[in-house]
Design a protein around this ligand. Structure first.
Ligand code: PHE
Length: 486
């Protein structure tokens, strides 16, 4: 047996008195209600139980918008202007400006021109004033009684805020045969307690009261609570994966020298990525002093290979350039410094941090983004270990298909490009390799070092299914609220 609400009881009882269609007015009157929302809700409830049938028809109607209301009170703009011009025969454009608001004169003249009024040499003229008056009168008539079938509807639709087209739903209800059969006893209204108050609990009344049950199937608004930005959540997830795999996190400054960012990594000083148009060099600090011995070592390596078997790049390494301040272009600058400080201790280190490159902003580029960087240094570290580590990481992120392809970086040999399969396509996510002797030997590192650096935003685009990287940082609240919990 269906459980009724009191309004449903009242409405059904009323409808049992007369078979046939009921409109809203009739329901309100018979039930002694003046809130149509109660009638609509009760009607829906009864319809869900199959006791009444609802038919809805929607009709569109035209009503006045905010400007339309003004026009109704003060007259349409063209009408007021026309009256003014008629009663001031020599009215000029200047007079109009003086007698009408600034935002009215311009559009108003446009309207009059549309009606056949000419403006020449600052004076108004018109060949057929009766016709203008007649058309204006028709428009005024529309504003008084706007209707959907009036041919002026299109004209007013094109004007700002004069009219609004609204949709209204009209409903009728009809009792069904099962509605007719519901017994009187079921339709008796009962008082049920909806709010449990301290007063109620203090009295004894609650003991015999009937309580209104909660309808847990009703639609409710979504509770909004604070949550991490998806980028932050993603960083946390990556962080926990690396921690779980036995890595320690490195957090370092993004103001660096060209020496550490590039020279230490055997990037030649004439490499195109070092140019002003690719790298943000700093005015302050313009130069950061570096250890003389370090500069001398890099110079030797770059110019002739130093004590390694390498022949170097040749040419000259300028220590002034090495000491230039810049915003790091990759997080490899930090892992290499970590190794320089701890050249002999085996380690697994990662960083998820911000890097900067002079990129024009578009769907796939930002000048400021993040890299997921990591190194493994230990005796016997090798390419297989590097590839397995990266595959394991991406598998834990939910991307089991990973492949590597040969690539080139000045500081690694061999060098790899890492790709993951997403929606059937291979996407490049970063670079990796084993540091070259030109990088490790001057720093006193003896064991092989596996290293990688991958784009965080690229990965975020996969995880969140984005085709525009900018979405991550535009603070679109609606989008942010609807992101999955990562
Ligand atoms: N630093 C490289 C980049 O920014 C990535 C990389 C890191 C490549 C470590 C090899 C080794 O793209």
């Amino acid at each position: 047996m269906a459980e009724f609400t009191n309004p449903e009881r009242r409405m059904l009882r009323a409808m049992q008195q007369r078979d046939g269609l009921w409109d809203l007015e009739e329901v309100l009157e018979a039930c002694n209600w003046d809130d149509q929302a109660i009638a609509v809700a009760a009607g829906h409830g009864l319809a869900n139980h199959g006791y009444v049938k609802i038919s809805e028809t929607s009709v569109t109607d035209v009503i006045l918008g905010s400007e339309g209301q003004n026009a109704l009170e003060q007259g349409l703009l063209e009408s007021r202007l026309w009256d003014y011009i008629k009663s001031n025969k020599d009215a000029s454009m200047k007079d109009l400006s003086a007698n009408f608001e600034r935002h009215e004169a311009g559009p108003g003249i446009g309207l009059l021109k549309g009606l056949g009024v000419k403006l020449e040499g600052g004076k108004f003229s018109c060949e057929n004033p009766e016709d203008v008056s007649k058309k204006i009168a028709e428009r005024e008539e529309f504003i008084r009684t706007p209707t959907m079938d009036n041919p002026l509807l299109d004209h007013f639709k094109g004007r700002k805020n004069l009219i609004e087209i609204v949709e209204a739903v009209t409903r009728t209800w009809k009792i069904t045969s099962s509605g007719m059969q519901v017994s009187d006893s079921q339709l008796e209204e009962v008082t049920k307690i909806a709010d449990i108050t301290p007063e109620l609990l203090q009295s004894d009344e609650w003991k015999n009261a009937e309580f209104r049950p909660y309808d847990v199937s009703l639609e409710a608004s979504m509770p909004r609570s604070g949550r991490s930005h998806p980028m932050q959540a993603l960083i946390e997830r990556i962080r926990s994966i690396f921690l779980e795999m036995g890595f320690s996190e490195l957090v370092e400054d993004y103001v660096q020298t060209a020496g550490w960012n590039m020279d230490s990594l055997f990037i030649p000083q004439d490499h195109p990525a070092r140019e002003m148009q690719d790298t943000f060099y700093l005015d302050n600090p313009r130069q950061i002093e570096l250890d003389k011995k370090l500069l001398a070592d890099w110079k030797a390596i770059h110019e002739h290979g130093g004590d390694t078997d390498s022949t170097g790049w040749g040419g000259e390494l300028d220590p002034e350039i090495s000491q230039k301040g810049l915003l790091r272009t990759h997080t490899t600058v930090n892992t290499i410094q970590y190794l320089a400080e701890n050249p002999e201790d085996s380690c697994r280190v990662f960083a998820i941090d911000r890097v900067f490159r002079k990129e024009s902003i578009d769907k796939t580029h930002l000048p400021e983004f993040h890299q997921i960087e990591g190194i493994i240094m230990e005796p016997g570290a090798n390419l297989g270990m590097l590839v397995t580590t990266l595959k394991t990481f991406y598998e834990k992120m939910g991307y089991p298909e990973v492949r590597v392809r040969p690539a080139y970086f000045p500081y690694t040999e061999p060098s790899l490009e890492v790709e993951v399969k997403w929606r059937g396509k291979w996407l490049e996510l970063g670079g990796a390799g084993i540091f070259r002797p030109e990088v490790t030997e001057p720093l006193g590192i003896k064991d092989p070092v596996c290293a990688w650096g991958m784009g965080l935003e690229r990965l975020a685009m996969l995880v969140l299914g984005l085709d525009d990287i900018r979405q991550l940082y535009i603070s679109d609240l609606e989008w942010l609220r609807n992101q999955p919990i990562l």
